[in-house]
Design a binder for this molecule. Structure first.
Ligand SMILES: Cc1ncc(COP(=O)(O)O)c(C=O)c1O
Length: 371
């Protein structure tokens, strides 16, 4: 089996061993005995361990958390739930991961709302002032990636929450590139909802994601996606009525890969146990090593470097004429090192499974490839 050095948690985690084991055990139980091994009661409670773990991670109540299959799915359900009205506008950034914006685009087209995207410079940097300048009395939604996937730019969420709320809009945050990398106190962000997929910084597998829905907006929200699990008492199966759960779990509407959710719960528990302040310190220290080493190779850093806007994602601009795709491929094929090529940049995103030695190997390999 090849041995990989994964320095690409912004892409896909090498799954936490604890998450992998729990997920596998669930799959094996199902393969052995179907509902004898995973019965109705287990199915009913299948989201609880992840909700509990995520609530600890986000310093919120378990009732504020729901589980889905992917960040995109939760964002789609939120977009239809909020359903920005005709004539209103939705503010985001051109640098966003498409899933941060597309769900709103679909609803905006249906309702006759406008999408406004702040532009960026050649390093994909978005001036926060430009985002704020797009917000006006007609804004219904501000939707941001807490940390931008391409260059790791981090936004000051309370500032955007305040701007959104001052005009009666909601702030919806895609935290897929921040949850598990840095400490997040959900209510302190001011966001009305935060979602994150599970297979990046949280170190789960594909197939599970978490959402935080603030009590301030939750009650009035009818999820865009409904199914048998949407009813508060899910085994009282009657199609002629629907009472939504009175907490965030109203956004849970059907079966999912429960093994993925149970595994992700174990991975999140690990992060909580390590302490997110310590995880953040570790990840930033590795990012520092990448930045320092890249400077020694005369590579330009496209990521913001200020304390307030940086993250553990470091995107490098390679010399003119050198393809980031090609370098990422050679790092993988010849050195077993995983980084990602995004928007012409070489994106490095180290996490808790990495140490300084991994960064040193990357820098040595880069020096050889670029020589
Ligand atoms: C910011 C952001 N949101 C969402 C996703 C996709 O998440 P999911 O696959 O859970 O829909 C990604 C994947 O790269 C991402 O970077």
């Amino acid at each position: 089996m090849p041995s990989w050095t994964n320095l690409s948690y912004a892409n896909v985690a090498t799954t936490s061993p604890a998450a992998h084991r729990v997920s596998l055990e669930w799959s094996e139980a199902l393969a052995r005995g179907g509902a004898a091994e995973f019965d109705g009661e287990a199915e009913k409670n299948g989201m609880i361990p992840l909700r509990r773990a995520a609530a600890r991670l986000l310093s919120c109540d378990i009732g504020d958390v729901c589980v889905g299959s992917s960040a995109t799915e939760l964002l789609c359900s939120l977009a239809w739930a909020i359903s920005p009205p005709s004539g209103s506008n939705i503010v985001s950034t051109r640098a966003s991961f498409p899933s941060t914006v597309y769900p709103w685009r679909r609803v905006a087209e249906e309702n006759g709302a406008e999408i406004r995207l702040a532009g960026h410079d050649e390093d994909l940097y978005t001036d926060p002032e430009e985002i704020l300048a797009l917000i006006d009395q007609d804004t219904s939604v501000v939707t941001l990636s807490h940390v931008e996937y391409s260059n790791g730019q981090r936004y000051d969420l309370p500032r955007f929450a305040e701007a959104a709320h001052s005009v009666g809009a909601v702030l919806i945050v895609d935290a897929t590139q921040s949850m598990g990398m840095l400490p997040i106190d959900a209510s302190a962000t001011g966001a009305d909802a935060l979602v994150s997929s599970g297979y990046k910084w949280l170190r789960g597998t594909y197939g599970a994601a978490v959402g935080y829905i603030s009590p301030s907006v939750r009650d009035g929200l009818v999820p865009g996606l409904l199914g048998f699990r949407s009813h508060a008492d899910l085994w009282d199966l009657r199609a002629d009525r629907l009472e939504l759960a009175d907490d965030a779990s109203r956004f849970e509407y059907t079966t999912i890969h429960f093994g993925a959710a149970l595994g992700l719960a174990a991975a999140v528990d690990e992060l909580v146990q390590m302490g997110m302040e310590e995880v953040w310190r570790h990840d930033l220290s590795l990012a520092d090593s990448v930045i320092e080493g890249a400077a020694n190779l005369d590579l330009k850093i496209a990521s913001p470097l200020s304390k307030a806007e940086r993250s553990a994602i470091v995107s490098l601009r390679l010399p003119e004429g050198v393809s980031s795709e090609e370098v990422a491929r050679r790092l993988q094929d010849e050195y077993g090192i995983l980084v990602t090529s995004r928007a012409g940049l070489l994106r490095v995103s180290p996490h808790i499974d990495n140490d300084d030695n991994d960064v040193r190997m990357l820098l040595e390999a880069l020096a050889e490839i670029l020589a």
